[in-house]
Design a protein around this ligand. Sequence first.
Ligand code: GLU
Length: 374
Amino acid sequence: MNRFARVTTLAAALLSASLISGTASAQLATAAQPSAAPATAPAQARKANIVIIGTGGTIAGAGASAINTAAYQSAVVPVDKIIASVPEVSKVANVKGEQIFQIGSESFNNERLLKLGKRVSELLKQPDVDGIVITHGTDTIEETAYFLNLTLKSDKPVVVVGSMRPGTALGADGALNLYDAVLVASNPASKGKGTLVVLNDEIHTGRDVTKSNTFKAETFRSQFGPLGYVVEGRSLFYRLPARPHTLQTEWDIDKIDKLPEVAVVYAYGNVNPASIDAAVKNGAKAIIYAATGNGSVGDYMVEPLKAARAKGVQIVRASRTGSGVVVRNAEQPDDKYDWIVTDDQLPQKARILMALALTQTSDPKALQQVFWKY
Ligand code: GLU
């Protein structure tokens, strides 16, 4: 029996013992007081209608044993089963599951991103839908959330949620994360705050959040802190997103059918200049150069990047450090070379923003403004 077949067989037994029968949910039932109304929301006359879209990830994962918190198969449990395993969810909202994908989030590509965005947009237009929760792998949750944050044309809450441990593991976090995500999506105070990411008791804006640890439940961080907390059945906001999102942006998911190719080239000592040529040959319209420090570029990399720019490819200096801003004309003369800097955006998020920006302009000055705005 191959590894995945063995995992699946064992997982089925574990699922019926733990996930499906709701071991984790039973703990939740004592924690979530039915009387605890969302603190920042006015009393609601009716329960919100929330659609939960399943895309896969660890929140839909299963391991061979309860100690498999990091080695397991992701994207195997259907969204309806995940919902059924957390009965507390239907106490706060009328929920309906919809399976759009069953994949690890590393398998997201432009086509899948567009398909998801268009479906979310369709659902948000329905008057009887109050909000959307998307279950998603944690690896690229930040890219999907940022993309939706920039392209959805609705102020209804959209919350992307995942988990770091499969439902079969000791200390599984998916049940509570899903419950919290539905709470946030149901809370009228979440309206108009863009696409949110909820995990580990925290509410983050899709713009800033990033995964920072490979296995710990406390992995998501935002450079400027989360927007709020979810605690004991209450979602609490303390900050607002400062940059434009959803209704305030120039992109509409319904009008985008294709995204241009944007490559990320990672810098390191002895980085191979051929990686720039490879990106250009592959049809990249822009290269996000995940540079060292404050977007610094090795002396032997300057000419290959200038040559790519001469062929019409946009060059964006980003930083591989994970935080801070890249300062224009500091490490390199961006004005002279006609290059762009990312502001504070991480390379993988800069890729999303650049792909969207290129649907409207190829003027590097306008593209620079987009980075400073969003
Ligand atoms: N690599 C998988 C994914 O991103 C599992 C990781 C997770 O969801 O935490 O979907």
